[in-house]
Design a protein around this ligand. Structure first.
Ligand code: NDP
Length: 459
């Protein structure tokens, strides 16, 4: 029986979770497994952004986009492939079927854990009460896991543009697309559109894509994306959008006065926490200026019985982070835990084409933090691409503490970067040194082996 169960009996539930996305479902299931009586409310779709309008459909689109290139490259290996044709409605239908399957998996997981699932919007009333489908429900603890939503800047004509939410459901694949932003979603969707044959332009107000990461990554990625056909306009932004005189086309006027005609403008300009209209502020929960629930290291808000995890706290917007946060909350409230979460060394991948994988410190951050570092960097064409003639290049980079030899950062742009970096994330968590990297015998011939064969520091 979990600690505090007696006091909890006066409430309808021990835990009420608002939002059944990655963080909410994980916390609810885990809390139920620890003996808590749990209910979760979901107003939109089970599995949240990741399953329905994020990681999963995006990765399926990314696979789809790669096939076009793979079919073209197969010629170098002797395959004579008849002119390939792509059918967008087939991709959408198959993607929707897979998402429906995953929605069902989430429902089963919650039911199997004994979590009561309520179909509807829940709003906070006070420290121990929510309202859902016209009913007031009490709970010892309330967990806010309502995620985030794309932000589209209020430029004139923005209503003609879409965000990633709509990109997953376009009735037709546009012939031309203009993607705005320089982060994860912009790089991923520009690559997806381009790979599917859409004439794609990326408009970014800054000078380097993925500016949060090691500087080499964004610079190198931009070059490779351009080689594959994406037009990138740096230091550029849309001033207004209007309908073109003919058909469904749009005209985007940029800050320098130039006008780009396109069939689709997609904003990938960040996401905002989903707290509007939830009644949290009225319940006494402190919110940040952008609406994020302010929480401490244990994910407790300013109201002691109300917790929050995932995108709604606006810390690290990644599904595996939301899962880990949800576990910490469940364990601390209903298990024997007194944990917080270590946010250091979280590996991440951007599923652009080529993909990006990164873990640990960038060169700049490492110089700031430890001073003396060695940098190992290599670029090369993979064996596979010697026959495709694509000219595609791979970038691999290690950042090493010169005094301790500890590897501080592992960064890559190239095929399967996410798959490759995952293993190196374990090595970094174990405190691996450059000596241990060098003592590891590579697997030949692979791209990944370069990470254990870089001998000459370049900086
Ligand atoms: P990001 O924060 O990654 O990037 C937002 C981009 O939009 C930045 O380049 C920013 O420019 C630009 N921007 C912001 N406001 C404006 C504006 N008013 N006009 C023009 N440009 C603007 O956000 P995303 O939307 O790409 O993704 C949100 C989050 O979702 C990511 O940070 C990531 O955590 C998560 N995600 C993870 C994925 C994965 O794991 N593969 C995939 C997709 C999303 P500037 O740099 O100048 O501020």
């Amino acid at each position: 029986m979990p600690p505090g169960t007696k006091a909890m009996a006066q409430y309808d539930y021990d835990l009420f979770t608002i939002g059944a996305g990655s963080g909410g479902v994980r916390a609810s299931r885990y809390a139920a497994r620890l003996g808590a009586r749990v209910a979760a409310a979901e107003e939109r779709y089970l599995g949240g952004t990741c399953v329905n309008a994020g990681c999963i459909p995006k990765k399926l689109f990314s696979y789809a986009a790669h096939y076009g290139e793979d079919i073209a490259h197969a010629a170098g290996y002797g395959w004579n492939v008849a002119a390939a044709a792509f059918d967008w409605p087939t991709l959408i239908a198959n993607k929707d079927r897979e998402i429906a399957r995953l929605n069902g998996v989430y429902a089963k997981l919650l039911a199997a854990a004994g979590v009561t699932l309520l179909d509807g919007r829940a709003t906070g009333v006070d420290a121990h009460t929510v309202e859902c489908a016209g009913r007031r429900i009490s709970a010892h603890y309330i967990l806010v896991a309502t995620g985030g939503w794309p932000v589209v800047p209020p430029v004139p004509g923005a209503e003609l543009a879409i965000s990633s939410n709509e990109a997953f459901h376009l009735a037709e694949l546009p012939r031309r697309a203009l993607v705005v932003g320089g982060g994860y979603i912009a790089a991923e969707f520009a690559s997806i559109f381009n790979g599917l044959g859409v004439d794609t332009t990326l408009v970014y107000r800054g000078e380097r894509l993925l500016k949060e990461f090691d500087a080499d990554l964004g610079g190198f990625l931009a070059g490779e994306m351009q080689r594959k056909g994406v037009r990138i306009r740096f230091h550029s932004n849309i001033e207004h959008i209007a309908r073109a005189a003919h058909g469904q086309a749009l005209r985007a006027t940029l800050a320098d006065g130039s006008v780009l005609e396109t069939d689709c403008v997609m904003y990938a300009t960040g996401r905002a926490p989903n707290t509007r209209g939830l009644g949290l502020a009225d319940a006494g929960v402190k919110l940040a200026a952008n609406g994020a629930v302010v929480v401490d290291a244990k994910f407790q808000s300013s109201v002691p019985s109300i917790y929050a995890v995932g995108d709604v706290i606006d810390r690290v917007l990644l599904t595996p982070v939301a899962l880990a946060e949800g576990m910490v909350v469940a364990e601390n409230l209903f298990g024997s835990g007194d944990r917080s979460l270590d946010y250091e060394g979280i590996a991440t991948a951007i599923f652009s084409n080529p993909s990006v994988g990164t873990v640990g410190l960038s060169e700049t951050k490492a110089r700031e933090r430890v001073g003396d570092i060695d940098v190992y960097r290599t670029t090369f064409g993979s064996l596979r691409d010697q026959l495709t003639g694509s000219g595609e290049q791979v970038l691999m980079k290690l950042v090493v503490d010169r005094n301790t030899e500890r590897v501080l950062g592992v960064h890559m742009v190239g095929p399967d970067a996410g798959e490759i970096i995952q293993g190196f994330a374990v090595a970094l968590r174990c405190g691996a040194t450059k000596y241990q990297f060098d003592a590891t015998i590579g697997i030949h011939p692979t791209i990944a082996e370069e990470f254990v064969t870089m001998r000459e520091a370049v900086g």
